[in-house]
Design a protein around this ligand. Structure first.
Ligand code: ACO
Ligand code: KIV
Ligand code: MG
Length: 558
């Protein structure tokens, strides 16, 4: 046993590139995207997709706007072969879309691959072989020269088959699999040899795909490797440089982004990062990262939930609730200070004419990916006054005065601490109404009222109120409605109290909309209570708010 078990791992040696350019670059346009969900994603599933599932996934990828889709490893299985046949024979491939298929550098497999593509308008044949020392020595037991020969002779065969089938517009992709732990000079050497056979040009397009088959180093090292390759590859201008990051260290997205800075033109990956082991790079995250920087990704995720649902069904794997942009909780704040900042952000946005999205804690507008603002704030024991206030404002139009927010928050906190769980909107609304009204069975329910202005400038009020003991009539005079009502209540119920706070607002923007009134009364011994009234008539709303602020029973209050 080693004293420190981590000593059995060797650090990856970075490459020397002191004049690297990529750190000063920024991303200003979308790369070419290739979805390999139906190949690399599919080969990693416990139960690979059948044809109907593959077809549904395919249709979704088209809707998202993918123009290059790796659809199968046709020589792997009858399902994969038939899927390619079905796409071609049923003319399911739009003219602007290129299908891609993968093959090993084995003659019989290449033949079978070409059989699957018969009749395709355009197709990319993708050849791979591993190039890293470990794989040369352990898997292939071949010298560097043998490994080059493997790739070169397979490329020769592929070129001959392409030329024998000129009705298809061919594209060729070569991947030195395990590129990220291959000696950079050898990766160059083998790609040069392959390109010498293919002779890339605009008429004979070629993609050189440089995979992080297993992510073994930090994204800056991968970026150095890509920049080194781009700077030294003699046919750089004739080929498209593609990257294919996996996510073993959890930095697949960063690797892809830095690789693009380093000169790559194209990215291969999967939706929500499906793929071998910890997955391929997540194309949704990459696309939305560009989007949130003001760069159109040229992919459409405006209905994210639909995409998530479809991918979950096809892959039979869940998308993590905290997955960037797509997870169910990706735009939800439970914590008080986040909720407060978001609530202020939305209010500021209502007042502002700027189209720019500047919102605390929300890097993109949830609306842009088909989400409502409802789930942005949810309430539990980590929440503060702003969270509950936001939910009532969004769903019931109530704009609570600050002191009422604070009062309600104490009750919500007590509830969530007691229950230990999230408080749903309906539970929150029920608690609010129980505490402050409006409620159907209010202990003091205003039935009707009448006012008369007095010659001395005052106001006389008559009101009938339903109580548990029957209907009572209130009668009082004051400077205005509330003082008349307060006087009437004090004498009728023999209560001592003062009105401390009064707020009202309309619940909508039109003149017929209802009004909400909030009143706080202070009673003996420093006790204070809030009441809320909602009514078409603002005076009725105010009177009911005052009645709702009264204690249910008179014990201890008089
Ligand atoms: C990083 C990646 O994602 S690479 C793509 C991986 N995807 C898949 O493997 C899914 C589809 N694969 C399959 O269905 C099967 O592996 C098949 C049909 C391609 C081949 O099956 P088999 O003939 O049974 O071979 P097997 O799967 O064991 O492959 C290993 C053999 O292929 C060789 N090999 C591996 N990769 C390659 C390659 N790219 N080119 C040529 N030979 C290769 C190995 O050295 C080994 O040879 P050996 O048997 O002489 O030792
Ligand atoms: C076939 C290659 C491109 C691959 O999937 C990988 O290296 O991860
Ligand atoms: Mg892969």
């Amino acid at each position: 046993m080693l004293p420190n078990p981590s000593q059995k791992y060797a650090a990856f040696a970075p490459i020397a590139l002191p004049d690297r350019q990529w750190p000063d670059k920024i991303l200003t346009q979308a790369p070419r995207w290739l979805s390999t969900d139906l190949r690399d994603g599919n080969q990693a599933l416990a139960e690979p997709m059948d044809i109907p599932r593959k077809l549904r996934f395919w249709e979704q990828l088209l809707k998202c706007g993918f123009k290059e889709i790796e659809v199968a490893f046709p020589s792997a299985s009858e399902t994969d072969f038939q899927f390619v046949r079905q796409l071609i024979e049923e003319q399911r491939i739009p003219d602007e879309v290129t299908i891609q298929v993968l093959t090993q550098a084995r003659s019989d497999l290449i033949e079978r691959t070409f059989s699957s593509l018969e009749g395709a308008k355009r197709a990319t044949v993708h050849l791979y072989n591993a190039t890293a020392p470990l794989f040369r020595q352990l898997v292939f037991r071949q010298s560097k020269e043998d490994i080059i020969q493997l790739a070169v002779s397979a490329t020769r065969q592929i070129r001959a088959l392409c030329e024998a089938n000129p009705q298809t517009h061919w594209n060729y992709e070569y991947s030195p699999e395990t590129f990220c732990f291959t000696e950079p000079e050898f990766a160059l050497q083998i790609c040069e040899a392959v390109a010498d056979v293919w002779e890339p040009s605009s008429a004979r397009p070629m993609i050189v795909n440089l995979p992080a088959t297993v992510e073994v180093n930090t994204p800056n090292v991968y970026a150095d490797q890509i920049e080194y390759f781009c700077r030294h590859f003699s046919r750089r201008r004739e080929v498209c440089i593609s990257v294919h990051p996996h996510n073993d260290r959890g930095s697949g997205v960063a690797s892809a982004e830095l690789a693009l800075l380093a000169g790559a033109d194209r990215v291969e990956g999967c939706l929500f990062g499906n793929g071998e082991r910890t997955g391929n790079v997540c194309l949704v995250t990459l696309a939305m990262n560009l989007y949130s920087q003001g760069v159109s990704p040229q992919l459409d995720f405006s209905d994210m939930k639909l995409v998530v649902d479809l991918v979950e069904q096809c892959n039979q794997l869940p998308v993590h609730p905290r997955h960037p942009y797509a997870g169910k909780l990706a735009f939800t704040a439970f914590s008080g200070s986040h909720q407060d900042a978001i609530k202020k952000g939305f209010h500021a946005r209502e007042q502002s004419a700027s189209p720019r999205w500047e919102m605390p804690y929300l890097p993109v507008d949830p609306n842009d990916i088909g989400c409502s603002y409802e789930a942005v704030i949810r309430v539990n024991s980590q929440s503060g006054k702003s969270g509950a206030a936001w939910m009532l404002e969004q769903n019931h139009g109530l704009v609570l005065p600050r002191a009422l927010q604070q009062d309600f928050s104490r009750h919500v906190q007590a509830h969530t601490d007691r229950e230990g769980s999230e408080m749903t909107l309906s539970a929150l609304w029920q608690l609010y109404r129980e505490l402050y009204g409006p409620h159907q069975l209010a202990p003091h329910q205003l039935l009707d009222y009448r006012t008369e202005s007095q010659t001395d400038g005052g106001l006389a009020l008559w009101a009938r109120v339903q109580t548990a003991d029957g209907i009572v009539t209130l009668e009082g005079r004051g400077n205005g409605l509330l003082s008349a009502a307060a006087g009437a209540i004090k004498s009728c119920f023999n209560l001592t109290f003062a009105i401390e706070d009064y707020h009202e607002h309309t619940l909508g923007r039109c003149s017929e909309s209802r009004s909400a009134a909030y009143i706080r009364c202070s009673f003996k011994q420093g006790v204070s209570r809030w009441g809320t009234g909602i009514d078409n008539d603002v005076s009725r709303a105010s009177l009911q708010a005052l009645l709702n602020a009264l204690p249910e029973s008179d014990s201890g209050w008089k």
